[in-house]
Write a protein that binds this ligand. Structure first.
Ligand code: SER
Length: 315
């Protein structure tokens, strides 16, 4: 069967870059972008786009059938900080959209699903360093509960109905092309913008809050690699741990100061501190490495250089 991809949530932080990457790889007309609202011009002009509410099963099904979709990347979700403000809305969006695509795959209307999980599946009782693939998981946020539940359902649909669903537990993602929205790790993007614009940044997490992070290019590569890997290699059908780098606000500040020595950070932790404190500091991703060959390539200092070089002209 010929490949035809649908990206749901194509206008978000990951979706925008993923859509453009997949269009370059497979051809524009093979990759249908969809979102509840239109996105930035580069994305909108790069190929077919449909307005789609991920919660509307009939609408998702109609697009899947009309375009003869084979692979779905479900990138629509409410992230950790926003979901704490709107718990039911976050739960409904994150769960219903997943059930819709799982059921379409169960009914053989699509072949393959990518669904993102997150480091938020872990909680305060999880070992914080080199967090293993399989360990204590008692997430304390709505977002984390929705992702952990989603992982259980993905595994269930794979075992019970043979659904080919593949998933990664993303760490915090950093990009110069798109902005994150409503996450706890968002500071690590904002800090680069503020460093260039104001030479100072007020951080909503404290100096010592170490979190797992990753540059977007690595995340896109991991996403497409797991989807393109041979089926037999994907042994874990809940979600794979994925590791890039780990740093805290003090360390990213030092990395920026190598380029902007006058840059200063101050700290005003808010409700997001408790979310961050419940998450791991570093992740053991050896299963992703062994099963489908994952390896992260970009370090903190390399990322800082790429971010500052590319954002410089904006300010
Ligand atoms: N970056 C996400 C968040 O902060 C974690 O998956 O919510």
């Amino acid at each position: 069967m010929k490949k035809r991809i649908l990206i749901i949530g194509a206008c978000g932080q990951i979706g925008t870059e993923l859509t453009i990457y997949l269009r370059e790889k497979f051809g524009s007309h093979k990759v249908i972008a969809s979102d509840i609202r239109e996105g930035e011009a580069t994305l909108m002009q790069s190929g077919p786009f449909e307005i789609l509410d991920a919660m509307d099963y009939e609408a998702v099904q109609e697009i899947v059938i009309r375009y003869e979709i084979t692979d779905v990347y479900l990138m629509a979700a409410m992230l950790s900080a926003t979901a704490e403000k709107f718990p039911m809305k976050g739960w409904n969006l994150n769960m219903n959209s997943l059930f819709h695509v799982l059921n379409l795959a169960k009914d053989k209307k699509i072949n393959k699903i990518f669904w993102p999980s997150s480091i938020a599946v872990f909680g305060p009782t999880t070992p914080k360093n080199d967090t293993p693939q399989r360990t204590v998981m008692e997430p304390s946020t709505v977002y984390g509960i929705s992702k952990q539940t989603g992982e259980r359902w993905c595994e269930y649909y794979n075992k019970r109905y043979g659904v080919d669903v593949r998933s990664i537990r993303y760490p915090g993602l950093i990009s110069y092309k798109t902005l994150p929205g409503g996450g706890t790790t968002d500071y690590a993007v904002d800090i680069y913008h503020k460093a260039l614009k104001h030479k100072k940044y007020i951080c909503f997490l404290n100096a010592e809050t170490t979190l797992p992070m990753m540059f977007m290019d690595d995340a896109i590569k991991a996403t497409v690699n797991i989807m393109e890997a041979e089926k037999e290699k994907i042994k874990t059908r809940s979600s794979y741990n994925l590791s890039g780098m780990s740093f805290n606000p003090e360390e990213i500040t030092a990395s920026i100061q190598k380029h902007i020595p006058q840059f200063k950070i101050s700290y005003e932790p808010d409700f997001r501190q408790a979310i961050a404190d419940s998450w791991p500091q570093s992740i053991d991703d050896s299963e992703a490495h062994n099963d489908w060959g994952w390896k992260s390539e970009i370090s903190l200092d390399e990322m800082t250089e790429i971010m500052l070089t590319n954002l410089k002209d904006t300010y």
